[in-house]
Write a protein that binds this ligand. Structure first.
Ligand code: UDP
Length: 502
């Protein structure tokens, strides 16, 4: 009883945890980590997000809205190392570079270390939550005597596949890079071709060279925060803990679902940039005129890039599907793609936009009925959370692994193409319009198979919703995370006490 009393008293005495967050320079890492900072602030923490000016601008509206609602949350800006890294001023995010040059962003990271070390030393938070691209934050945390927590933008299955590929070398005796082979030790069969692996596993990249350091930092961290939920990826946790020697995992997703009702969903990741605000208005107005579940929404993440030839096939495929469509192109996508007469032919049922749109908000719009996705990890979570059937069109990094979850494990989508493609050369195999149109038809049209896919998608969304609700697995994981940081400090204090006693 005395023990129980004292722990209640401790809880009452507890001051808010001061947490510092270090996001990577990519929207798909920045957006969810800012969300986590907000969710922890909503649970009483005092959250500070360290971001460079251009990245801060993308999330300022979201952070300001949370602060205005009474949460303890703020941005702390630090300069991007433009001069040291040789990147032009204003280029601070993957989306500002062609995918072939994304290494330059990883190269820049090393130059942020002195500044981040200085800021963390100055403010001395209770814990640092750092993106996996900053493995050396473990050394800073050690010096400061605080725990480091890693945030990964990867899913649990992707993590396991990377490890299994490195540990088992299943491609050792495979001569062709388009031959699919089994990936060992996973809880279910999974076949991949070498050409479908992330670039950093098959080529020399700045991030690839850091892999050992990243693994060591993972092991030494208090644990890893993952944008997933046990309902989706609980079956991989055994491999994860056993083979990767990770101490703890907190599966806190789908993060976007936690947020889909919030007032900041319309500015998510695009901030108050006038082009993004304009795109949002156009999308919402156009969608309001469409029938329920009729629209195919196609978007390929925050930094993909297609050639004109591939864009033309996408355009013709969307047209040939016969369904209304909302298609989002990136700024960097080729300009010479418009098929002859396309605009005129689809003007009543197609909206094509370039730039940023509020994807989470659009996916939950009643008019949207299907999602053509590149299978980025965030997009996967967001599509599943919206209960939409998907057409999968992986391009790079871990997206071919995520496609397996959609198509084989959960069976909530179909592939855009059956041909084997390449992460390092996305344009090696062009996906044809007829393939895309067929794939869209097979999830949107009538028929037992399509209805089955749509039903499973709705059921999976229910599971996701249950995970983030109060008392659900992801809600509990966020509470556990806070508790685990307090316990770390309690243990540190009592260890220091014992040392004095001795
Ligand atoms: N996103 C968005 N609007 C866009 C493009 C992307 O809101 O116009 C968001 C999308 O909702 C997701 C993130 O950007 O949260 C992209 O992350 P993902 O992991 O899917 O792909 P990546 O950008 O890393 O390829």
């Amino acid at each position: 009883d005395r023990l129980a009393m004292s722990s209640v008293a401790d809880a009452a005495d507890r001051r808010p945890l001061r947490l510092f967050f270090i996001p990577y320079f990519a929207s798909s890492h920045l957006i969810p980590l800012v969300d986590i900072a907000r969710f922890l602030a909503a649970r009483g923490a005092d959250s500070t997000i360290l971001a460079t000016p251009c990245n801060a601008a993308l999330v300022r509206a979201t952070v300001d809205a949370a602060a205005a609602a009474g949460l303890r949350i703020q941005l702390l800006e630090y300069p991007f190392p433009s001069a040291e890294s040789g990147l032009p001023p204003g280029v601070e995010n993957l989306s500002a570079l062609p995918p072939s040059e994304c290494d330059k962003i990883d190269y820049a990271i090393a130059f942020t270390r002195p500044t981040l070390e200085h800021l963390l030393g100055l403010h001395h938070p209770d814990a640092v939550v750092a993106d996996g691209h900053f493995p050396w934050t473990i050394d800073i945390a050690r010096k400061l005597g605080i725990p480091r927590i890693k945030f990964t933008a990867l899913g649990t299955l992707s993590f396991c596949v990377f490890h299994s590929v490195l540990a088992n070398q299943p491609f050792k005796n495979v001569t062709r890079d388009d031959e699919r082979v089994p990936i060992p030790d996973l809880p279910h069969p999974l076949l991949l071709a070498r050409s479908e692996l992330p670039d950093f596993l098959v080529q020399d990249t700045v991030f690839g060279r850091l892999m050992e350091e990243v693994r060591e930092a993972d092991k030494a961290s208090l644990g890893i925060i993952i944008n997933s939920c046990t309902e989706f990826e609980g079956i991989y946790l055994d491999y994860f803990h056993r083979m990767l020697s990770i101490k703890k995992t907190w599966l806190v997703g789908p993060i976007s679902l936690n947020d889909s009702e919030s007032s900041s969903v319309g500015v998510r990741g695009g901030g108050l940039d006038p082009a993004a605000v304009g795109n949002r208005a156009r999308c919402l107005s156009w969608l309001s005129e469409q029938k329920p579940s009729s629209v195919v929404y196609a978007c390929f993440g925050s930094w993909s890039q297609f050639t004109g030839e591939q864009l033309r096939e996408i355009a013709l495929g969307l047209e040939a599907s016969g369904h209304p469509f909302l298609w989002v192109l990136r700024e960097a996508d080729g300009a010479e793609w418009m098929p002859h007469g396309f605009e005129q032919r689809v003007k009543w049922r197609g909206l094509v936009l370039r730039g940023w749109v509020p994807q989470v908000e659009l996916l939950s719009h009643a008019a949207v009925g299907a999602f053509v996705t590149h299978c980025g990890w965030n997009s996967f979570q967001e599509g599943v959370s919206s209960g939409l059937p998907m057409v999968t069109w992986p391009i790079g990094t871990d997206q071919f692994i995520i496609e397996k979850l959609v198509v084989e494990r959960f069976r909530v989508g179909v592939k855009a193409s059956d041909s084997i493609r390449s992460t390092t050369d996305p344009n090696r195999t062009i996906v044809r319009a007829a393939e895309l149109a067929r794939a869209i038809g097979s999830i949107m049209d009538a028929g037992v198979a399509a209805e089955g896919t749509r039903r499973r998608a709705r059921e999976l969304a229910e599971k996701a919703r249950a995970a983030v609700e109060k008392g659900g697995s992801s809600d509990k994981a966020l509470n556990d995370l806070i508790e685990d940081i307090y316990v770390w400090h309690d243990n540190k204090r009592s260890a220091a006490g014992k040392a004095v006693d001795i």
